[in-house]
Design a protein around this ligand. Structure first.
Ligand SMILES: Cc1cc2nc3c(=O)[nH]c(=O)nc-3n(C[C@H](O)[C@H](O)[C@H](O)COP(=O)(O)O)c2cc1C
Length: 232
């Protein structure tokens, strides 16, 4: 049974051969199109004991068992590692703090390219809670924080490393989670995503669109394929 959706077909498309693009051009196409990206505000600690915090939107959850989070960390133009990459290499740990609307501007302070000795949490007015299993702190104001032990690093090229971490502890504000069913309320989490350029996207206004069974699709068709208010 054919059930066309009312989606306009593209009249024409421009095709890019990635082999012929510069790194900058590939970056622009990717960050403009792969949106919204979740933002990890990553806390680490150096061998000198100085805390570091920096946001990363080349970030995602890649596996639940084992629980693996991935970060794409660029090298500096000098080809040295950013403070985050260096600290993960040295201490084998990092913590991912989820960025909510309430801490978006504080996150932006953490993106300032301060010299290595500067504690970005102090600059941003964010509070550091001691980690349970890792030496790096988690951010008290962040609604969710995942302590990660370094799993592995993929050295994929000269411009960026991909760091994988295994989550060993999570800290979740009790107002955002229903402990009876482990449901995290997206409205209370109020996460913000990164778009291309300097743009951000709120998650307010999120809705449910349930995945249908074959039976529901065959019996109800587009009537089963409806957006609804998020169920608690
Ligand atoms: C929202 C946002 C997302 C970012 N995502 C990345 C990223 O995925 N990878 C990266 O290398 N830098 C990213 N940056 C830039 C780093 O946060 C910035 O270079 C930071 O100063 C690095 O800090 P560090 O040297 O303390 O690790 C992002 C910046 C912002 C504001």
């Amino acid at each position: 049974m054919t059930k066309p959706l009312p989606i306009p077909a593209a009249a024409d498309a421009v095709t890019f051969d990635f082999a012929k693009l510069s790194g900058r051009e590939r970056y622009k196409l990717l960050i403009g199109a792969v949106v919204p990206r979740p933002i990890a505000l990553v806390t680490t600690i150096g061998l000198d004991g100085i805390i570091n915090a920096a946001p990363f939107s080349f970030f995602n959850c890649l596996s639940a068992d084992p629980a693996i989070l991935a970060l794409g960390v660029e090298y500096k133009p000098s080809r040295e590692q950013k403070d985050t990459g260096r600290n993960v290499r040295d201490t084998k740990a990092f913590t991912v703090n989820i960025v909510s609307d309430a801490i978006l501007e504080a996150m932006n302070v953490c993106a300032v390219p301060f010299p290595s000795g500067v504690d970005e949490l102090e600059q941003a007015g964010l509070s550091a809670n001691a980690g349970r299993a890792v030496p790096c702190p988690w951010i008290a104001e962040s609604p969710v924080a995942f302590e990660c032990r370094h799993h592995s690093t993929l050295e994929i090229g000269t411009s960026r490393e991909i760091i994988l971490g295994e989550v060993v502890f999570a800290h979740i504000h009790s107002r955002v989670i229903n402990l009876a069913n482990l449901h995290i309320d997206p409205a209370k989490l109020d996460a913000v995503g990164r778009m291309g350029g300097h743009a951000y996207a709120p998650t307010r206004g999120a809705f449910d669109l349930k995945t249908m069974s074959v039976e529901a699709w065959e019996e109800f068709g587009i009537a089963a394929n409806r957006r609804t208010a998020i169920s608690p």
